[in-house]
Design a protein around this ligand. Sequence first.
Ligand code: FRU
Length: 489
Amino acid sequence: MSKNPTPLDRVREYEREQAMKVSADERPLFHLTPLVGWMNDPNGFCWYKGQYHLFYQYHPFSRQWGPMHWGHAVSEDLLHWTYMPCALAPDTAADAGGCFSGSAVEMPDGRLLLAYTGVQPAGTFRRETQAQCVAVGDGIDFEKSLLNPVVRHAHLPEGYSEFDFRDPKIWREGDVYQMAVANRHEEKQGAILLMESRDGLDWHFVAELDASCNEYGRMWECPDFFPIDGKQALLVSPQEMHAREEFHAGYGTVAILGQYDKKEHTFTRESVQPVDHGLTFYASQTTLAPDGRRILIGWMDSWETCKEAPRRHPWYAQMSMPREVFIENGRLCQRPVREIETLWQDAVRHDHVTLQDEISLPGVNGRLLDLNVTLNAQGSACRRFTLLVAKDASHYVQIRCDLARGELVFDRSHGGSHRDIAHTRHVKAEEREGKLTLRLLMDKESIELFVNGGERVVTSLIPTPLEADGITFAADAPIDLSVEAHHLK
Ligand code: FRU
């Protein structure tokens, strides 16, 4: 280390020491965890110079949220990640209170531009404020602009907040940079604003893309805005939602689908749905893969429960599985990135088993599994199908399908938690031409459930001991069941 180490040098030194102490076995197989300490939102997700880069909200020095840094990892397949040195530390006047969430885009000259929220700490007569900063680099080292913060409250029309103003998502549109950034308007509450710049430094306000108007929560965080299969998607993570329709109360994820007039900068809503229905999914962000797939990743945790969650490892929290998103029947759907197939081992198939009562199937067990279940309900009197996973004598996680109501209940109440928190989610799961399909991706302490080819997704951490690896299937009347399981390595 140099004689006068900067705060970032110190973090990087600490990372080098800590990296040796954590073995790969102590981590999930294919979900990204922080090198050490705490992680929340994915940031700066991009494909840059032949690799995916994923940055993350990071507090290296403890397993609780603290002064925010940007951690960094790279991958070629979205499954195996290599840690890179910490990218940003809160070390300038513009971000002394933290380098909050943001995004990345390649510049025309080949450098990488990071846009993030600089938090300016409270003073004696001032509350903490938020504004947008930029840093430019080669994919490893980044230099913050001396002009930071480059997007300030003063750029905005009246009514928008300087306290809740964060999480810039940037992209290039022709030869200009555009940014969708979250704010909280004094009447409309959560709002997403469009900003524009020719050089990434000099920004101006263009339009408000959409606002909650108290329908979908209060503050909106972590926006993303992209075209997909003939529609435009605006993704936001609202705080303080009231339960309504398919949305649960509290922190949520919302996809607003609509049409976007690029010239007029007007976004017209057509439909609104949750991105993920699970217990632990938030702050998602997407990037475009070189082959044109739109890939989504989220923080696989929840602000409602993370503080008290067990700290069993030198790191805390993980990212979700990266997912390909697509539109089907007017909904934003997701499937695990197809790269997962490179981890498949020992395929086990059981075709057309007539299920009744509770059974287990030879070879179908484990906590590292890509499990596909197809129920063919045609002609069956079965009303209730129950799948138990992560099961032993005292634990199980239950996925219960009520075929008459077209509803699924995900229930981790017996998954090993000692806390009185939400453990269940109810999700629509209707048969499609007599069939219901469930795909479960299990990576030790997490389950991601894709219903009917990804029309609904339920993501949940489970605290269940890893020895609980049994799986059983049960039905209240005979039903045709097919199972394909791939162990993952
Ligand atoms: C969302 C969020 C962001 C913020 C970051 C701070 O989870 O609250 O709005 O930038 O976390 O760590």
